[in-house]
Design a binder for this molecule. Structure first.
Ligand code: 2P0
Length: 342
């Protein structure tokens, strides 16, 4: 592969993109290959709308090394992952220029709100555009997956499935849209119970789980039927069925991680109380269910008319700092440079 800049390239290549986090309803936990970042199971998610990452990428012949800043501050820890992701794009384009990446989140980073999903989906989208790569969303999803697993899903909007895939090179481990957001516009109230970064990140947490949890094989063996149930519920827009399978997948993932050695406890007291409140509301006929990721926030998914009641109930839970609400949104996309300042 020719890694020298082609002669016709300008001095700089710039693009910007926006992506939103996604929340898995049928969870991803565990890798079958670390190098290509391939999952042991498929997963199903919803892409959100009002929480976002906006990222600008500038490849520049004059830069000696990649630069990365998040919310206006240099971030050395994340810079390595960003650099590795840029390497995949550079390899694909046959370009060796370093890049300056500036990213902004309008929500807390690394607190179980899938900032890596929106972050790497935005980075791949902006980077591919800047380099003039002619690749479709499926290929973007494969590239985003290598940067962060759940980022594969944020390339698409609405209801999304990321396939486990069979191939060793991961070409079939990509996401696709199951249903557009507008076809079933559910809402999500996110109860924030802590803004601290988690003690054990998802990657190390998945590794520890696979190596020590006695439930790992059962997790893998039961995923296909959960995916089928969630797919059917989404196609039929059957809220009760989606509620049942989503809470089951969430609690099963946490049971798996809790059984690792030492056990992974991603919850705090407010997380548990929040889940109980959501169950109590549903028992009263309110169409709502919960899901919780590798962090302490409670995400309550509901029908639109139920949102005020759900948000009010979560605000009353001791330890809930804030309730953010959002609808379902689009996949990652290029945006004009002016939009970055907004
Ligand atoms: C998910 N999570 O399906 C699951 C549920 C957290 C709990 O995907 O190592 O940041 O980059 O592939 O995608 C978080 O893990 O992990 C995640 P990597 P990622 O949303």
């Amino acid at each position: 592969m020719n890694s020298r800049p082609r002669r016709e390239l300008p001095e700089q290549l710039f693009a910007a993109a926006q992506a939103q986090p996604n929340i898995a309803l049928v969870k991803y936990w565990g890798k079958r290959d670390a190098a290509f970042n391939l999952p042991v199971v498929g997963s199903i998610s919803i892409t959100l709308d009002s929480l976002w990452t906006r990222t600008a990428v500038r490849f520049d012949a004059g830069l000696a090394q990649d630069r990365f800043e998040l919310n206006g501050k240099a971030d050395a820890e994340e810079a390595r992952r960003v650099g590795a992701c840029l390497d995949l794009l550079r390899q694909r384009a046959g370009v060796s220029w370093r890049a300056s990446v500036s990213s902004r989140n309008n929500f807390p980073t690394a607190a179980g709100l899938a900032s890596s999903a929106s972050g790497f989906a935005a980075l791949v989208t902006a980077g591919a555009q800047a380099l003039g790569l002619r690749i479709d969303d499926t290929e973007k999803s494969a590239l985003a997956r290598r940067c962060s697993g759940s980022a594969a899903r944020s390339i698409f909007g609405g209801y999304v499935e990321w396939a486990r895939g069979e191939r060793a090179d991961g070409a079939d481990s990509v996401a696709r849209e199951l249903l557009p957001a507008a076809a079933w516009p559910l809402r999500v109230a996110v109860a924030i119970t802590s803004t601290a970064a988690k003690e054990v990140g998802s990657g190390p947490g998945m590794r520890r789980t696979a190596e020590t949890s006695p439930f790992q094989q059962a997790w893998v063996d039961t995923q296909e039927s959960d995916l089928a149930a969630a797919r059917a519920a989404i196609t039929a827009r059957d809220f009760a069925a989606l509620a049942e399978i989503s809470e089951h997948s969430c609690l099963k993932m946490h049971a798996l991680a809790l059984a690792a050695r030492p056990g992974l406890i991603y919850w705090n007291g407010a997380t548990v109380e929040g889940m109980r409140r959501v169950r109590a509301l549903r028992a009263q006929g309110v169409p709502v269910f919960f899901t919780v990721d590798a962090g302490p926030q409670v995400k309550a998914v509901c029908e639109p008319q139920a949102l005020p009641r759900v948000a009010a109930a979560l605000r009353e839970v001791p330890g809930v700092l804030e309730v953010v609400d959002t609808g379902l949104g689009e996949g990652a996309r290029a945006i004009p440079a002016e939009a970055l300042a907004a």
